[in-house]
Design a protein around this ligand. Structure first.
Ligand SMILES: C[S@@+](CC[C@H](N)C(=O)[O-])C[C@H]1O[C@@H](n2cnc3c(N)ncnc32)[C@H](O)[C@@H]1O
Length: 173
């Protein structure tokens, strides 16, 4: 089964997707009462809005960044982030914002690529990142997203790891 479908199809209640891009996950939501999505790039946000209009659940898209979410506290049951945290400029602020808008016990669902476990590979990734991030929309190959979550007090359940890709569920601190 497609990883995007597996990521979102069973989510219920009110869901926020951060960095929705062109809306590649939106066709796979089935059970959510409402999906809100944010995306800082206006062209991608407009594309996501078009995809969202054809989704099986109600979707609203806002042009915004994860570091400053335009939502009230404790509004969401779930937050989804796929392939976003490598390029967020201020990941700690973004995690704090996600924590703010999640309900107590709410869950952050992530599929991300993260800093490699092995020190030598991580060193290579760090050396390549300055050049890579310039051509790849600020993508950081060495982003320690797992460490950032844990040090901010999130309870992390690793569901899958494949090379540098992780799928995880994290519960709000
Ligand atoms: C590789 S794309 C992934 C898009 C989509 N999540 C997907 O799975 O196809 C990364 C996305 O993160 C967005 N992004 C970058 N910085 C962000 C930020 N600070 N807050 C939210 N989204 C951000 C980019 O604009 C881009 O659309």
């Amino acid at each position: 089964m497609n990883w995007r479908r597996r990521l979102v199809q069973d989510l219920t209640g009110v869901v926020l997707e951060v960095g929705v891009g062109g809306g590649a996950n939106l066709p796979y939501y089935r059970r959510a009462e409402q999906v809100w999505a944010i995306e800082p790039d206006p062209e991608r946000a407009a594309a996501a809005e078009r995809v969202g209009a054809r989704a099986a659940v109600p979707v609203q898209v806002r042009t915004a960044a994860a570091e400053a979410l335009p939502f009230d506290d404790a509004m969401f049951d779930h937050v989804v982030s796929s392939l976003v945290f490598c390029s967020v400029r201020e990941p700690q602020e973004a995690l704090a914002e996600i924590g703010r808008v999640l309900k107590p016990g709410g869950v952050l669902h992530m599929v991300e690529h993260v800093r490699p476990q092995s020190d030598w590979l991580a060193a290579i990734f760090s050396a390549v990142t300055p050049a890579w991030s310039r051509v790849a929309h600020n993508c950081h190959l060495d982003r320690p997203t797992l460490d950032l979550l844990r040090s901010a007090g999130w309870e992390v359940e690793l569901l899958r790891t494949r090379l540098v890709f992780v799928k995880l569920r994290a519960t709000r601190p």
